[in-house]
Ligand binder design. Structure first.
Ligand code: CP
Length: 315
């Protein structure tokens, strides 16, 4: 596997979830695989979970880890081919990826959506240019339009907590004060739709996700109707795909609260974190015994470890 940037890079979501659950039971079983290997983690925006869970995953496999906040500590990156670099950029992504490939056996890269250029974001220009110039496997630690390690961890969490074979899983848009990318929601739809689940998306009009990602996933604009008999409610804000990157309206009434959760089948509550309390979801729901947010964060270790395991095991 030369890259892990979406579910298309793996053989089967269900098989990988099973493997992750098995790795979680005995996390040090393969700690010989990473001996004398180095994982480089490169961040172009902030992170708590991705950074530390990936480090821990690599440590379980016996790898060394190097971390760099490239946006703060590195040179300003140039992306354009043929650029005359007489402006603010100081290092071309070609050299940056080439140099990092000499120091690392696997590289994780986190980029972020511009939210003003849909084509550039959805073509994953930064991630793809980096991969083109890297000579080692590259893992997405979240990109402009996807967050596969999060979605993989979410599938593990649902598999661990579901009580029926085909649970009803509702991805609900929720309010936020800032414009956020569609990355988490896109990957959640992509991954969960490949598992045994009845997936429904609910969002206000004007906030439908990319139709090429939604495919046949039903979208309901009435949040309360969508919540009826749900087994899992996954809250996430995203800015408009149609009016790209715009908030347009706050829709504060889309907050997830105890009253709405009562409509569900005692649903488990999920969110990728970080979460703005009492904007996205009420304290009551987040602090309830049905909240899986910490379990999801824990499973970030095992989604990352499973990806690293597969890359190391093939070398
Ligand atoms: N969920 C997630 O990716 O968290 P971080 O941004 O803190 O890594």
């Amino acid at each position: 596997m030369k890259q892990f940037i979406s579910a298309n890079d793996i053989s089967s979501v269900n098989e990988w979830v099973e493997k992750a659950i098995s790795i979680k039971k005995n996390p040090f079983e393969f700690n010989h695989l990473g001996k004398n290997k180095t994982l480089g983690l490169v961040f172009l925006n902030p992170s708590l979970r991705t950074r530390l869970s990936s480090q821990k995953a690599a440590q379980h496999l016996g790898m060394n880890v190097m971390v760099m906040n490239l946006n703060q500590d590195g040179w300003a990156l140039e992306l354009e081919d043929g650029a005359v670099m007489n402006g603010n950029t100081q290092e071309h992504i070609k050299e940056a990826a080439g140099v990092l490939s000499q120091y690392c056996d696997i590289i994780g890269l986190r980029t972020f959506a511009s939210l003003n250029d849909k084509e550039k974001d959805y073509n994953e220009v930064v991630l793809k240019k980096f991969i083109q110039s890297a000579s080692v496997p590259v893992i997405s630690l979240e990109s402009a339009a996807g967050h596969p390690l999060q979605a993989f961890a979410d599938c593990i969490t649902i598999a661990e907590h579901k009580k029926i074979k085909m649970p009803k899983v509702v991805l609900s848009w929720s309010p936020h004060v800032r414009a956020l990318p569609q990355a988490v929601a896109n990957s959640f739809v992509e991954w969960v739709s490949q598992t045994d689940a009845e997936l429904i998306v609910t969002n206000p009009k004007g906030f439908n996700l990319d139709p090429s990602i939604l495919k046949n996933t039903p979208v309901i604009h009435n949040q309360k109707e969508a919540f009826e008999n749900a087994d899992f409610v996954y809250a996430k804000n995203w800015s408009s795909f149609e009016n790209y990157g715009q908030i347009r309206t706050q829709h504060q009434d889309w907050i997830i609260n105890g009253e709405k959760m009562k409509l569900t089948n005692k649903a488990k509550f999920m969110h990728c974190l970080p979460v703005r309390r009492n904007v996205v979801v009420s304290d009551e729901v987040l602090d309830s015994s049905n909240s899986l947010v910490l379990a999801q964060a824990q499973n970030r270790i095992y989604s990352a470890q499973t990806v690293l395991y597969h890359i190391l095991n093939q070398k």
